[in-house]
Design a binder for this molecule. Structure first.
Ligand SMILES: [Zn+2]
Length: 257
């Protein structure tokens, strides 16, 4: 098998026999597995190749999906169709007054697909550490950045007090989506509340990006103020027959109906 990259001497050809020792895999690639997932995957790979007996001859690729050993897209398509992947139930709301880019961001955050330190490490991008650089207390994944980071928790506490709703601790983005999509009995108020929740997560993400890329540390109160003004503008310009007054909204968003 000829594999690109890796001998460190400028050569890009490597034979499997060089890396496959008697009972293990000789790992000498550019980067070393760091995260729990990567270490687990390399252990799994080592177990798989541990008992493999190499034969004489050149290494070669063989696709097991087709009888002739060559890769065909239709064979892969057939395999995917056979998996019958179940659709994931989600409580995400697509509301007109929330900008599409924000709802798309929330959708990706719910799938843990936003570019946090943990997500970048999973994609093989080398970082010094997966720990959140804002607080230094936990790994930086989507739920930490948007919900569990002490800074995020202060913002959520402030937003819930503004809404006059008892504060709720969310462990995951899905919990936030579920809570907001089922909150209250009035449809209009619920729509405003969903907008506020998505707006809060969006502005927290922007604040974290400012910290990571510009080393600009914005206070939780400032983020909370931005939530007030940003979501007010979304609703004022996008909701039909909207007669929201800024002064009412500023005191409590549900004074506006
Ligand atoms: Zn943090």
């Amino acid at each position: 098998m000829v594999v690109a990259q890796g001998l460190g001497d400028g050569s890009y050809d490597m034979f499997l026999v060089i890396r496959l020792t008697e009972d293990s895999l000789n790992w000498e690639w550019k980067s070393t597995p760091r995260t729990v997932d990567q270490i687990s995957e390399i252990n799994m790979l080592t177990n798989i190749v541990g008992d493999y007996q190499l034969m004489d001859g050149r290494d070669k690729w063989r696709c097991t999906l087709s009888s002739d050993g060559a890769f065909h897209v239709d064979a892969l398509r057939f395999k995917i169709d056979c998996w019958n992947i179940p659709l994931m139930e989600t409580h995400l709301k697509w509301i007109h007054e929330i900008p599409l880019k924000v709802t798309c961001f929330i959708w990706r955050a719910n799938l843990d697909r936003i570019l946090t330190a943990c997500a970048l490490l999973k994609r093989g991008i080398q970082l010094d550490s997966p720990i959140c650089t804002y607080c230094g207390t936990a790994e930086e994944d989507a739920s930490h950045v948007l919900l569990r980071c002490p800074m995020a928790m202060q913002v959520w506490d402030w937003v819930f007090r503004w809404c006059d709703i008892p504060n709720v601790q969310f462990a995951s983005v899905e919990e936030l989506l579920k809570f907001s999509s089922q909150w209250g009995t009035c449809t209009k108020r619920r729509k405003s509340f969903v907008s506020i929740c998505y707006g809060t997560a969006w502005l927290l993400w922007k604040a974290m990006c400012d910290w990571v890329f510009k080393k600009s540390r914005i206070s939780p109160v400032k983020v909370a103020d931005l939530v007030k003004s940003t979501v007010f503008l979304w609703i004022e310009y996008r909701r039909e027959h909207c007669n929201f007054q800024w002064i009412d909204w500023y005191i409590n968003p549900f004074l506006c109906l």
